[in-house]
Design a protein around this ligand. Structure first.
Ligand code: SF4
Length: 360
């Protein structure tokens, strides 16, 4: 039998954790190449026209990785259209003549069931404990990535020496990619935090604070959103991104309790689960508004029902509290220039609002 060569969708720097997880299953890994315009073109050419854009990015990733030798694809599943990504992508790749095996990573209701199911599907001879440890290791890598990038998003615009934070970020991400155990990951994490903490910053007393919310893939894969987090940060905005892999893991451990908490803290703006991250979008908009944030940017793939559902409550909330929310919808035709222009206008409005020049 041909040795298993595993690939997975690209999502920001989380490839480091996904790669570590697959390697600990005893697999060779083909990391999908970093996203380019060609990745999206490839995915779009072979996808159903109206499918949500993360599907197209994933498909482009898979084709590029298969061309590099991958023969097994790990694809997560979820409660919306994400639930049938794997089946439809498998059928498309088969029609294109690619002979690959799909392994569905199903989060289910209990993380331990997910570990068990993943072990069975991978057909590995690793023990349950080995597989569980592999998930822990990948999660710890995710935590380190999240902490480093959280610092970058909040401080990039205030560094005295331009490029210093980016250099530190690149250096520590490379070290994380080479880490071999949790102790090493924790040591790298602490070193990174210490070095980032020593960067000279020139922060205003009360900088603009903006949060990015919305559909998970668009939020986590910077190429797909035209790196708006970094764009905002470089304009001198403290950027918050409540959705991260670490948060997702924490939420899946809490299960339905997490959704109940979101609803309970939403100020009545949502009273049932909207699916995927729609409930988060509404509830967090309310919470962030109450916390005095200057605005929210909401990212949504064209046709994404959970986020479309969230939008009507968010639009009403925005009007009622005069709280700025910029809604951006993406598909494979979305032009970067158009997005940039809207972000610029939004930021200008936030600055004027802060100075008291405009009231909304
Ligand atoms: S959350 Fe929206 S964009 Fe993402 S898979 Fe589900 S329907 Fe598609």
């Amino acid at each position: 039998m041909e040795p298993r060569k595993v690939t997975f969708p690209h999502m920001g720097e989380y490839w480091i954790g996904f790669k570590a997880l697959a390697e600990r299953m005893g697999c060779e890994v083909v990391v999908p190449p970093r996203m380019t315009v060609q990745t999206l073109e490839l995915g779009t050419r072979h996808s159903p026209e109206f499918v949500c854009v993360p599907f197209k990015y994933n498909l482009g990733n898979f084709i590029e990785a298969i061309e590099l030798g991958a023969n097994t694809i790990i694809q997560a599943v979820g409660g919306c259209r994400f639930g049938y990504y794997a089946e439809v992508q498998a059928a498309i790749l088969k029609d294109l003549g690619y002979d690959v095996k799909f392994i569905r990573l199903d989060a289910g209701r209990n993380p331990l069931d997910m570990v068990r199911g993943f072990r069975d599907k991978m057909g590995t001879n690793k023990s349950f404990r080995d597989v569980k440890d592999a998930f822990f290791f990948a999660a710890r890598l995710g935590l380190a990535i999240d902490e480093i990038q959280d610092f970058a998003r909040k401080n990039l615009g205030f560094q005295v020496t331009p490029g210093q934070i980016e250099r530190i970020e690149t250096k520590y991400l490379a070290r994380l990619a080479a880490a071999t155990n949790i102790r090493e990951v924790d040591a790298i994490r602490q070193e990174a935090k210490a070095e980032l903490g020593s960067v000279a910053l020139d922060r205003p007393e009360n900088p603009l604070r903006v949060a990015i919310l919305g559909e998970l893939y668009l939020v986590l894969e910077p190429f797909s959103n035209y790196d708006i987090g970094r764009q905002l940060a470089l304009r001198g905005i403290e950027v918050h991104q409540p959705l991260t892999i670490t948060e997702m893991i924490n939420h899946s451990i809490k299960g339905f309790k997490h959704v109940d908490e979101l609803i309970a803290h939403s100020g009545g703006w949502v009273d049932h689960h909207l699916g995927a991250h729609g409930t988060e979008s509404v509830s967090l908009s309310y919470t962030l508004m109450k916390e005095g944030f200057d605005g929210v940017i909401h990212l949504k793939p064209f046709g994404c029902m959970p986020e479309v559902n969230a939008m009507s409550a968010m639009q009403k909330l925005s009007r009622e509290y005069t709280f700025p929310i910029l809604f951006i919808s993406y598909d494979s035709q979305t032009a970067e220039t158009g997005v940039n222009t809207r972000i610029e206008a939004f930021c200008d409005m936030l600055e004027m609002r802060k100075k008291g020049v405009v009231s909304a």
